[in-house]
Design a protein around this ligand. Structure first.
Ligand SMILES: C[S@@+](CC[C@H](N)C(=O)[O-])C[C@H]1O[C@@H](n2cnc3c(N)ncnc32)[C@H](O)[C@@H]1O
Length: 209
């Protein structure tokens, strides 16, 4: 297990208000990639591979919610997606993503505690990689994304072990599937940050109507 005592990772799952989260990620932006690479961050590649399996048209635009510094965008690019927009709560994280030439088409600030500022149908598919969890993006993100997707559009997202332990997150998946709003196309538990022994489940929901 990597030693995280001088880094941010050991504090990343213990935050309060949205302002606290924004400040935390603002301070982490510079060293985020090095620290999570050191711990074997696997979820972006898993999410991108999962979405690619249900999205044959890679030229259709997708939205990377909570794009951070752009590691998730890089994974979607590597999986063949051509038009990727990103949104995030934290200006410093977005600036890092902006520095990744050729990955994002557009980037904009947004907080998933509020309605997503996009017109329904703008994006064929959406993603939230490492973004939904206690004090981060709320369970309602799932409903908000489904509202804004076209019928047949997919939402790929991950819930790490901390998020899975909060009943409202996996419960929201069950609600939208049982209620008929979405079909569960993919669900797989696997490595998230092996360096700290943390795993995640990757989900793909497809909007029914
Ligand atoms: C662990 S990082 C993941 C970043 C990127 N998706 C990746 O895989 O590297 C979590 C990101 O979620 C963003 N975030 C946290 N709460 C959010 C919210 N309520 N709305 C939008 N983004 C949020 C943070 O600013 C941070 O950039």
């Amino acid at each position: 297990m990597a030693d995280t005592k001088d880094g941010f990772l050991d504090k990343a799952y213990d935050m309060g208000s949205v302002d606290e989260v924004r400040d935390f990620y603002g301070n982490w932006a510079e060293t985020y990639e090095a620290e999570i690479a050191e711990n074997g961050y696997a979820t972006p590649g898993r999410c991108a591979a999962a979405l690619a399996g249900f999205a044959p048209d890679k030229a259709a635009p997708i939205l990377d919610i909570g794009c951070g510094t752009g590691l998730s965008g890089l994974a979607f690019r590597a999986a063949g997606f051509e038009k990727i927009d990103g949104t995030d709560l934290t200006p410093d994280m977005i600036e890092k993503a902006r520095g990744k030439e050729g990955v994002y088409r557009n980037l904009f600030l947004g907080d998933m505690n509020e309605p997503l500022p996009v017109e329904p149908g703008t994006y064929a598919h959406m993603a939230a990689v490492g973004v939904m969890g206690p004090n981060l993006a709320p369970p309602e993100t799932i409903n908000e994304v489904l509202e804004k997707l076209p019928a047949g559009g997919c939402f790929v997202f991950s819930l790490n072990d901390h998020a899975l332990a909060v009943p409202e997150y996996p419960g929201r998946v069950i609600d939208v599937v049982d209620g008929g709003a979405a079909e569960l196309m993919f669900k797989e538990h696997g490595p998230h940050l092996p360096g700290i022994g943390l795993e995640s489940t990757v989900f793909v929901l497809r909007k029914r109507y």
